[in-house]
Design a protein around this ligand. Structure first.
Ligand SMILES: C[S@@+](CC[C@H](N)C(=O)[O-])C[C@H]1O[C@@H](n2cnc3c(N)ncnc32)[C@H](O)[C@@H]1O
Length: 234
């Protein structure tokens, strides 16, 4: 009986304009956990919507997919590296998480990989548009760059870009909390995501870090929150 009600709410949320691009598994997991916590389906639905709003994070910014795919295709067609970089820069700058790293990018990955060693394989967990900054990472073309996100539009754009770049299309729509990646990698990135996981469920951030089959995990935190207040961890 309750399972039927949960299915109904999951279907309703999944068929809405806002959540149709988010994995059904994520919607179900969040709703089920909230039901377990509150024992009231009405409160569970309300709480799940609040949590999904933060997971969906539309407010962080998204590109016009059709337009940016056309710009990418034209830039690669031109064969001009500067133009390709400029188009990628414009795209990832639409998202506030990647935009926050813009001024650091020339040194960012160089410094990180000095510590971890140059990886042959990477898992970018909850990547959003970060894989579009591939050209600033200094990684070889042979790298296996697994990019995980629950948002199918990000994954579709990432794979479109990877194919133009001559990389394997390793963008994968996956919930890294409810279905931890299984492919072993040298280095995993968990950038600006820890608080979002903790908001979903206390302890989820650490769970994701523990479960990822990576030799090293690089974790970053935002320096300011969205109302421009400094956060406690820099
Ligand atoms: C704050 S952004 C992180 C951005 C990215 N890591 C960066 O620093 O540029 C949140 C992203 O995480 C994704 N996301 C949220 N929960 C997720 C989960 N459990 N598994 C995979 N992706 C998730 C969202 O779709 C969104 O693209």
């Amino acid at each position: 009986m309750m399972q039927k009600k949960i299915d109904e709410i999951v279907n309703k949320i999944k068929s809405s304009k806002k959540y149709k691009i988010i994995l059904e598994e994520t919607i179900r997991d969040v709703l089920t956990i909230e039901y377990g916590r509150h024992k009231s389906i009405k409160i569970a639905e309300e709480m799940a919507k609040k949590k999904l709003h933060r997971i969906r994070a539309e407010y962080l910014g998204e590109p016009n997919y059709k337009k940016v795919k056309d710009s990418l295709a034209a830039a690669f067609q031109s064969g001009n590296d500067e133009e390709i970089k400029e188009v990628c820069w414009t795209i990832f700058s639409k998202h506030s998480s990647t935009r926050e790293r813009n001024q650091l990018l020339d040194e960012y990955y160089k410094k990180l990989f000095e510590v971890t060693g140059m990886p042959n394989s990477v898992a970018d967990l909850a990547c959003a548009l970060n894989p579009l900054s591939f050209r600033w990472m200094g990684l070889p073309q042979s790298v296996k760059f697994y990019s995980y996100d629950v948002n199918e539009q990000f994954i579709d754009l990432i794979n479109y870009y990877f194919e133009l770049e001559g990389l394997e299309p390793l963008g994968i729509q996956r919930d890294v909390f409810s279905s931890p990646p299984e492919i072993p990698v040298d280095v995993a990135f968990l950038f600006k995501m820890y608080y979002c996981l903790e908001h979903r469920q206390t302890g989820a951030g650490l769970e994701v870090v523990k479960n990822v089959p990576a030799k090293k995990v690089l974790i970053s935190f935002p320096t300011i929150n969205l109302v421009a207040k400094k956060t406690d961890i820099l």
